[in-house]
Ligand binder design. Sequence first.
Ligand code: HMG
Ligand code: MG
Length: 303
Amino acid sequence: MKVPKKISIKEVGPRDGLQNEKARLSTSDKITWINMLSMTGLSYIEITSFVHPKWIPALSDALAVAKSIERKPGVTYAALVPNQKGLERALEGRIDEASVFMSASETHNRKNINKSISETLPILKAVTSEAAKANLTTRAYLSTVFGCPYENDVPLEQIIRISETLFDMEIDELSLGDTIGAANPVQVQIVLEALLKRFPKEKIALHFHDTRGMALANMIAAMDMGITTFDGACGGLGGCPYAPGSSGNAATDDLIYMCAQMGIETGVDLGKLLLAAKWIEEKAGRQLPSRNLQTAKSLDCFS
Ligand code: HMG
Ligand code: MG
């Protein structure tokens, strides 16, 4: 098994995590939590989403959050941006990176962003090109790569074709989404084998939801193929409201623990991250999925 010396973690908890939480956090709680995350050693935090507030009411305070967080030098503060209108708000919020998003399957794309795949591509092209002019880096998410809640399997040719179009937009990174946590390690390697023939591994990230407990196994399979960038959410928060069955993201805490045990550098302090996970668990008012958080609580590590 090939194990990298070092990986990059993209923390998506404040966006993917909070977009789907029943408990409504106040703007000031979001800001406090993001500031805590900034002090853990994370170098990338997706802080919010400039989508339509009616579609994701939990993040309707995106601009206030983006304007009020403390920016730690060396940390990239990113946000989800669906279209030009979202980009205007994101630029006002001084984000560093714009993350566009779409799905590899027609039905999820339409349910999530109200457009067909072919209608979406020019919108994303306009956003990435305007963002680049404003000196922002760009990331694209491709959802439902490993399974769609409406169409089940998604043909590999379709994933390749859309990835090609996204890379033609000169995005800095493509994050492949296992939106409903359906992937398995063999499937991960089959998809990566096809994509890595066409695109550089340094520009590919993986975004696993842990619905069926497969996220860490899938990450190991991806590391074995040379991938070194992974998305995670503190505490294992997360989920897309427009994808039934999409529960929490891979818990950043569990990923960091695993890497530390395997001698893989992440640059993140697990103790500080667990404190941030415990803090957000109390605000969410429910037990979060992170195994390391639950273990630390049961061993009384926080007293
Ligand atoms: P739409 O209704 O088709 O938008 O929504 P529209 O372009 O037809 O515009 C309609 C109205 O909305 C207009 O206002 C626009 O100005 C306004 P009006 O002229 O009627 O007064 N509008 C906006 N207002 C504020 N901010 C905006 C914006 N855009 C238009 N950005 C839209 C299309 C994409 C906006 C909508 O479908 C939407 O917001 N969807 C977001 C869904 C979402 O956030 N899902 C979760 C994130 S994706 C995810 O979780 C997956 C991921 O984690 C990876 C994985 O796990 O696989 C990334
Ligand atoms: Mg997601």
